[in-house]
Design a binder for this molecule. Structure first.
Ligand code: ADP
Ligand code: MG
Ligand code: MG
Length: 883
């Protein structure tokens, strides 16, 4: 088997399409090499080796050693150097690279192949002793940290003390002799820690680094990242070994990162940062403040440090020619890593760049209008879940604000929260339902869980491409980076900025679009959705097959949803109307009344309220279908709790309080979720649904009479398990309809249907469809009843299931295709068999989840219904699933 794919020297074994095998980095390095771009030669060890390694008790497959040796020899041939040679040494980097970019993975090791002897060879060969020893000390530091597990702080401390003793402020002041002394101290520190010297054998170094990459696939950071991003464990990572090029060879050398368009706004402008005489991660680590790529952005930043465009105009021109080539080749915005060695440009990575939702929309629209991609491709380019960011609030321009400090606008959106300083604290407080702001000097992959839990993130150091910025944009968290005057107390007792002190627990607000940080909580406002957003949505609407409705019961929510493009209401929960303060008393009167006639009297008081509710709602939704679900929750939920409340109800009903108390006790249930609720209420107390149906139809008739434009009421019966339940209730509903139409002197179209939310209903959907004109899948309850678990109680075990991988995703967030999905499929098939044009929809929260929406498309549902703010997400997801 071929375990290794070579690249460089103008050709490559792999290509972009092989990312599953080669990982994203390896596949794109191969592609760039084939395109004739300057890529240092190297090779990729495939993800299959990783999978085999774990399947096989952490043993490598036979033949891998030989293939690695041959690949090293190949690289030696291309660059004309030898790995481990004392006079002409080849140095390599060892880089991890999974299919999806994964910040939890092993850090890259640079300058591998250096030891006490080869470093002398490198010094002679380059004629630059300082450079050689600088490279060696970097290698010891990185290799020790990443492969040997010795914390990098040990080395930073040694260097800091060394510099302090000599009054140095910058690394550039260090001479070759200085580095040699530091290296001696580094080596001693390693030996103290490990009990053996820093490995001098270059083969041992190479395999140590390869092992570390494969091992990092199963470290906690990677596992957390995979869990949060739904990346399967079975994918594995690849390892890239690549000849080194050096950005730290003096003032004509540099290293940098760039985007072919602005990742924050989507603007068609080159965007990037670089550092002269630096290597690898220096730019993103926030150690020195990087310089801007272009003159324009340097001026915008108000910086006096020359941009690359100004400092190295020739190389800059070469670089932007590469940008253009890559962007038209990949037909998408690229995120690029490059190094300049003594004036010569080298490409070290390219990938489709991460971007904010705003940028995603702008780039998709621009690329389409530039003729690079089609409308359908543009629709596919925007991640529906990311639209959520745009629906996020921004600061109210009229709100008063108290500016504390300013950093870089790293990830848009406005957010307020209590100040915390550690990821663990952030997670803990967020778990208690508090909003927190994570404030850190800089972040690392170990902080991901805290960043996820936080409403926003502030860092004191780091640029727009720092870890904090990249991760926050991906997660849609507001983030301000590099707020340079923030000083965090080491003991976590607070931070200072702008001469003021902020304590943990104090409220601050950030604006991730401007980089501003404010004291206190600042008012926010909702965003406007036009321009690029509207264009992409219009293209999505052309493409999608399924309709998108909303779950709404108030006119305000219905209006919002219509504004977002909802095409009807898929679920109007009538019980919400019962909880209203001035109605709950009447509802309780009705429930606690022992006789039919007393109940009817109470219901008669409720009727006008309900009718007015529906009238208002139907006005908003004129011309569209509205599914109204008849009363669903257990009566239990409406019961008065205290003696005073019972007395109040009894007084209003003119009844005896003691009698009501008895009845309340009778009505309380051990397991209300599976108790006296849904259609079971209507079988025992038919008058409740009769009142509701009357209210719905009277309201619909009134709206039709007033406007000439009616809604189409779809009357939905919840919690049906058996055909006989629906058959009985449908007869009563039709009876009420006949009465109402006779009284009003007009008729209108209405439908009667049912929720499918019990497994028995799904399995007998063919007979239920004899009476149901539509099914709406109530997948929240269907998930509860199919799994036999109560959502309210699942908090104590479901998180463990997910963490341990017993279940991959929360079934209440993403529909469980295997089980619950099968019930949906069965019910859809059986329903259509009986009634070929039966209308099918989903109204559980899954209706707003893109993955679940894709499933709904596969089953061929007619519509999905979701909360108002998820309507745009559902429109886009529905379009993507239809393509
Ligand atoms: P990450 O996945 O964290 O971005 P990379 O493997 O891309 O890690 O390595 C990080 C940085 O290290 C690169 O951007 C580049 O600057 C530097 N680097 C990696 N390999 C080489 C190499 N062969 N020569 C010079 N620099 C390298
Ligand atoms: Mg990289
Ligand atoms: Mg339900």
């Amino acid at each position: 088997t071929q375990y290794i794919y070579n690249f460089g020297g103008g050709s490559a074994d792999g290509r972009t399409e092989m990312r599953n095998l080669l990982g994203g980095k390896g596949a794109n390095l191969a592609e760039m090499a084939s395109l004739g771009l300057p890529v240092p030669p190297g090779f990729t060890i495939t993800t299959e080796v990783c999978t085999a390694f774990y399947d096989n008790n952490r043993q490598y497959p036979d033949g891998l050693k030989e293939q690695v040796a041959a690949a090293v020899a190949h690289v030696e041939g291309v660059v004309g150097k030898k790995f481990g040679d004392t006079s002409n040494p080849l140095l390599v980097s060892v880089r991890s690279g999974a299919r999806a970019s994964m910040p939890g993975m092993m850090d890259t090791v640079l300058n591998l192949g250096l030891n006490r002897e080869t470093v002398e060879g490198l010094a002679k060969l380059s004629g630059d002793e300082r450079f050689a020893y600088d490279s060696y000390r970097r290698f010891i530091q990185m290799y020790s940290d990443v492969v040997l597990g010795i914390d990098h702080h040990n080395f930073e401390e040694i260097l800091d003390i060394y510099k302090e003793d000599r009054d140095y402020t910058l690394d550039t002041q260090m001479t070759a002799e200085d580095w040699k002394s530091v290296i001696a101290e580094y080596e001693r520190a390693v030996e103290d820690d490990l009990g053996r010297p820093f490995p001098q054998d270059v083969e041992e170094q190479l395999w140590g680094a390869i092992n570390a990459v494969f091992a990092s696939w199963m470290n906690d950071r990677s596992k957390t990242y995979r869990r949060l991003n739904n990346i399967p464990e079975s994918w594995g990572t690849a390892v890239n070994v690549q000849a080194m090029v050096f950005g730290n060879m003096g003032d004509t050398s540099a290293t940098g990162v760039a985007f072919t368009r602005d990742p924050s706004t989507g603007e068609k402008a080159y965007y990037g940062e670089f550092l002269i005489n630096a290597q690898g991660e220096d730019v993103v680590a926030g150690i020195r403040t990087p310089q801007a790529l272009t003159k324009v952005s340097r001026e915008k930043m108000g910086s006096s440090d020359a941009s690359l465009e100004e400092a190295m105009p020739g190389t800059y021109q070469e670089l932007i020619a590469v940008f253009e080539k890559l962007e038209s080749h990949y037909r998408d915005m690229q995120d690029i890593e490059f190094t300049i060695q003594e004036g010569k440009l080298w490409m070290l990575q390219t990938r489709n760049g991460k971007r904010t939702a705003k940028a995603a929309l702008k780039i998709a629209v621009d690329l389409c209008e530039e003729g690079k991609i089609s409308e359908e491709e543009a629709v596919m380019r925007v991640n529906p879940s990311a639209l959520d960011q745009l629906l996020h609030p921004t600061l109210d321009p009229k709100a008063s604000r108290d500016l504390l400090t300013k950093g870089l606008p790293a990830s848009p959106g406005a957010a307020s929260g209590e100040v915390v300083f550690t990821a663990d604290e952030a997670e803990k407080l967020a778990g208690e339902g508090r909003k927190v702001m994570l404030v850190r000097t800089e972040t690392s992959p170990e902080d991901i869980h805290g960043m996820h839990a936080a409403a926003g993130i502030v860092t004191a150091r780091g640029g727009m491409t720092s870890h904090a910025a990249v991760v926050a944009r991906g997660m849609g968290r507001a983030c301000v980076c590099g707020a340079g005057d923030i000083r965090i107390e080491r003991d976590g007792s607070g931070f200072t900025a702008g001469g003021r002190t902020v304590k943990p627990g104090d409220m601050i607000t950030i604006d991730g679009s401007t980089g501003e940080v404010f004291m206190g909580a600042v008012e926010t406002i909702e965003p406007e959705l036009s321009g690029d957003f509207a264009k992409v949505m219009a293209w999505a609407d052309k493409t999608r097959r399924m309709r998108v409705r909303t779950n709404a019961e108030t006119p305000a929510d219905a209006k919002t949803a219509r504004g977002f493009g909802a095409e009807g209401i898929g679920l109007c929960r009538t019980e919400h109307m019962f909880f209203d303060a001035n109605r709950i008393l009447v509802v309780r009167e009705m429930i606690l009344s022992g006789t039919d006639s007393a109940r009817r009297a109470a219901l008669a008081k409720l009727l006008p309220f309900q009718r007015d509710d529906f009238k208002e709602l139907f006005m908003v939704m004129r011309g569209l279908p509205v599914t109204v679900r008849l009363l669903d929750p257990p009566l239990h939920e409406f019961l008065p709790h205290t003696d005073e409340e019972i007395a109040e109800v009894a007084k209003s009903a003119g009844a005896d309080a003691e009698e009501f108390r008895m009845r309340a006790r009778q009505l309380s249930e051990a397991n209300p979720m599976l108790g006296h609720r849904g259609c079971r209420l209507a079988i025992t107390y038919p008058e409740i649904y009769e009142m509701q149906v009357r209210a719905i139809l009277e309201a619909a008739c009134d709206v039709a009479a007033e406007t000439g434009d009616a809604v189409v009421p779809e009357i939905m019966v919840p919690l049906v398990a058996m055909k006989s339940e629906l058959e009985t209730l449908k007869a009563r509903i039709d009876g009420v309809a006949k009465d109402v139409f006779a009284e009003k002197g007009r008729t209108l179209d209405y439908q009667v249907g049912t929720m499918i939310e019990l497994p028995r209903a799904a399995l007998t959907a063919d007979v239920i469809a004899e009476d149901a004109e539509f099914f709406s899948f109530g997948t929240n309850d269907l998930t509860q009843t199919a799994f036999g678990l109560s959502r309210d109680d699942a908090g104590s075990f479901l998180p463990h299931y997910i963490r341990q991988g017993v279940i991959e995703q929360d079934p209440f967030v993403t529909l469980d295709r295997e089980g619950v999905g099968q019930l949906v499929q069965i019910a859809a098939d059986k329903g259509r068999k009986t009634r070929p044009n039966i209308k099918l929809g989903i109204c559980g929260e899954h209706g707003g989840d893109p993955q679940s929406i894709a499933f709904c498309e596969e089953v061929g549902l007619d519509y999905v219904s979701c909360s108002p703010f998820r309507v745009p997400i559902a429109r886009l997801a529905a379009a993507q699933s239809a393509l």
